[in-house]
Write a protein that binds this ligand. Structure first.
Ligand SMILES: [Zn+2]
Ligand SMILES: [Zn+2]
Length: 745
């Protein structure tokens, strides 16, 4: 017997090996093996079993098997193959992204001891105890008074060795010790379990009924659940998952970023307890492999996590939910494979014969279009949960505001200031969105007008007040602002322009005195724990104003928040990308949805310099469908997705000339162009230089009318690039191919 083995390298080639007799039983397609490769032993994955090989040279033997249990299902293997083909990524690289590094670690999660009082204990023992062992008596008294299950360690307030005391108490039949495994996820990423009693309204009942009916069919079906913020989507996921578990099935819930949605994880945890695994980037290698192994063994039935949770090796999958499906974090751009977890989920659904629910208050335009094309079934929750109403929106034209007040560069309008004051006096909470971090995002020389750029990137440096630093947000380069001068004329007269979150924070403190404000952006939330603790304090009411970048616009539910202010709605509007408008619309809409819950009506103040811009205008009307119909028409006229397939060939390298030449050589050597294919470029990318590498791109659009399933575009790129790499191999430059890129900048 022979096996073809693929490696996590950039080539698509596989290599044949002999399967030694002692391993014959355990090697299947998808098994990870160690094999001699040149002079080294390397890890690879078996892609095919063969009875004979045509290769005439000397074949080597597989040395060993990497994992000691089967880590794959046939459906997952089909998915890996699909990703490799669709995103033009070698199968070894896909496998590397899907599996934890190694699964044969000795990691065991820590164990924690709990104690509780035994029901119907013998009262006689207690009287004896009071006399003979007063310490044990104190501890027992504490337990009985609280009547809950308690961590043994927490009893150290009452005695110095709680474990020994609990053991003695157990011996005389007063308490019971309970061992619990501390799951790797449990610390910090979730809110304490949130218990809720939920009564669904008619609309919600109908949505749930459709989903459950579909789960029972045991076949692939996909839905777009369009539910406004606060319409109770999480509760519907929970009931659908409950139904899966009752019928012996499993489920995956994908969230855009787990640390930003601790409430959802907390809700799930309170309902399903230890049947849930959390899968996120903060897990260590060994926690990862332990969790993966437990999923393979069937100990976890539900996986909640960010995009890579879509690869969880669950068996008998019944349901995949993608919450906030429009979020760009579901797309992985680097390293390869460059995949979109939403699209991968839909494909996995077909292999698993399970149902896939894409959910959002502001669906991606693709999903909205797919529903219009009858590819997704539409489920609509147009109403907010309970009696909460939509917020009232005020649009503030900052230009006329400035004219009136005479204050140039005003950051907070009179209206927003009044509203903030009003809420502070009523002890209600406020969310302020400003989607730019740092203090001043632009530094300009007042003598020659030059803007200070990062020396490695064509990107303006941002001034950060902490440590008086200038930072490049693209490569992370830092320098002190103290002795900085203009790179052109050496003048030290520098103007700090523009407004970042730090400056807004500063202004708010200046205006409102001792207001309790917390800032949530990349600078204050280096760790997931930091984010959760800020969100927790806000939920508890320890913070009046939560200020932040788009991070705060996610699925948070704070009933006491009655005012949302958007400091500058235009940020990002003029970035030359076909999705800019859609993104800004979604951000404004999502942020506005944070205002008002339960019985308190919310208000939103949107500040803009472009009140007539259709994006801002429609966002302020909170009318998703109206805006979507406008941009769909725009996209159709310009042949952009969802009316075409899109691919981007990106060439990067240290020399501008070499990158430019190579890009042009690629273009000149394209063969077999077809009608319906549009080629744009090569042009320098919007950020032409990042980390000292120049970037050029060629964009290909293939009309769906002609190229129904994208196959024409795929084979065009595959064939041309294969020929190109053979004829013009380059060591200097890197060529990256992005299928369905989210942006063209
Ligand atoms: Zn200058
Ligand atoms: Zn830089």
């Amino acid at each position: 017997m022979f096996a073809k083995v693929a490696f996590p390298i950039s080539g698509f080639k596989t290599f044949s090996y002999i399967i030694p007799k002692n391993l014959k039983e355990n090697i299947q397609v998808g098994t990870r093996v160690e094999v001699p490769f040149g002079k080294r032993i390397v890890k690879g994955i078996v892609t095919e079993l063969q009875l004979s090989v045509s290769f005439k040279g000397h074949l080597k033997e597989i040395a060993s098997i990497v994992d000691d249990l089967s880590i794959m299902t046939p459906e997952l293997w089909s998915l890996i193959k699909w990703i490799s083909t669709y995103y033009l990524t070698p199968i070894g690289k896909v496998a590397k992204a899907v599996f934890p590094k190694t699964l044969s670690t000795r990691y065991k999660p820590p164990i924690c001891w709990y104690v509780k009082v035994v029901e119907n204990y013998d009262k006689k023992n207690l009287i004896l105890l009071k006399k003979r062992a007063p310490k044990q008596y104190t501890v027992f008294n504490h337990l009985i008074n609280n009547n809950i299950i308690i961590k043994v360690g927490d009893l150290s307030k009452y005695c110095s060795s709680p474990m020994a005391i609990c053991k003695s108490l157990e011996k005389i039949g007063l308490v019971k010790l309970i061992e619990k495994t501390l799951l790797p996820d449990a610390t910090g990423f979730i809110f304490d379990p949130i218990h809720k009693d939920v009564i669904f309204n008619e609309k919600q009942k109908n949505v749930l009924k459709s989903i459950i009916k579909s789960i029972d069919k045991n076949k692939f079906e996909s839905f777009l659940l369009h539910g406004v913020t606060g319409s109770g989507k999480t509760e519907i996921y929970i009931d659908a998952v409950r139904h899966c578990l009752l019928s012996g099935k499993t489920a995956i819930i994908l969230l855009p970023e787990i640390s930003l949605t601790p409430q959802i994880a907390g809700r799930f945890k309170s309902v399903f307890g230890d049947q849930i695994a959390l899968w996120h980037s903060k897990l260590t290698q060994s926690q990862r492999s332990w969790t993966w192994t437990q999923i393979c063994k069937g100990s976890f039935k539900v996986v909640i996590g960010a995009r890579s949770a879509i690869f969880s090796p669950l068996k008998n999958l019944g349901l995949i939910v993608i919450d906030e499906e429009q979020e760009s974090s579901f797309r992985q751009d680097s390293p390869e494979p460059r995949y979109h977890a939403r699209d991968v989920a839909l494909v996995r659904g077909t292999f698993e014969k399970s149902i896939v629910v894409l959910a959002s208050a502001t669906p991606s335009l693709e999903s909205y279009y797919n529903y219009k094309q009858n590819k997704l079934k539409y489920l609509h929750l147009p109403e907010r949960f309970g009696v909460a109403e939509y917020p009232t929106v005020h649009l503030v034209d900052m230009l006329s505001e400035q004219k009136e007040s005479g204050k140039y560069g005003q950051v907070i309008s009179g209206l927003l200031q009044d509203k903030i004051e009003d809420r502070l006096s009523k002890n209600e909470q406020i969310i302020l969105l400003h989607n730019r971090r740092g203090y001043s995002p632009v530094i300009r020389c007042s003598d020659c007008g030059e803007i200070l750029n990062c020396h490695q990137c064509n990107v303006a440096l941002t001034y950060h007040q902490k440590n008086l630093q200038l930072l490049c947000h693209y490569c992370g380069h830092k320098e002190s602002s103290l002795d900085k001068c203009c790179s052109e004329c050496k003048s030290t007269n520098l103007l700090y322009k523009g407004t970042g979150t730090q400056k807004v924070e500063h202004l708010i403190k200046d205006t409102f005195g001792d207001v309790r404000i917390a800032r949530l952006d990349m600078d204050t939330s280096k760790t997931g724990l930091g984010i959760t603790s800020i969100l927790k304090s806000f939920a508890k009411g320890d913070i009046d104003i939560l200020l932040g970048t788009q991070m705060i616009a996610k699925g948070l539910d704070f009933p006491n928040t009655t005012l949302v202010g958007i400091i500058n709605a235009d940020l990002g509007l003029y970035i030359p990308d076909f999705r800019s408008g859609e993104r800004i619309f979604q951000l404004i809409y999502q942020a506005s949805g944070r205002a008002g819950r339960k019985d308190k009506k919310g208000e939103v103040v949107i500040q803009t310099y472009a009140p007539d811009n259709p994006v801002i205008n429609n966002a302020s009307e909170l009318d998703v469908l109206k805006y979507y119909n406008i941009i769909l028409q725009e996209r159709e006229e310009l042949n952009y997705p969802p009316y075409s397939w899109l691919a981007k060939i990106e060439i990067t390298g240290a020399s501008r000339d070499s990158v430019n030449n190579q890009a042009n050589t690629i273009l000149d050597n394209f063969e077999n162009r077809y009608g319906g294919l549009e080629i744009l470029g090569p042009v320098p990318c919007y950020l032409e230089r990042v980390k000292n590498r120049y970037r050029y791109q060629i964009v290909l659009k293939s009309l769906k009318k002609i190229d129904i399933n994208g196959k024409l575009l795929h084979s065009f790129i595959e064939e041309n690039m294969e020929r190109f790499n053979k004829n013009f191999p380059s060591r200097q430059n890197r060529i990256n191919i992005h299928f369905d890129p989210l942006s063209l900048i």
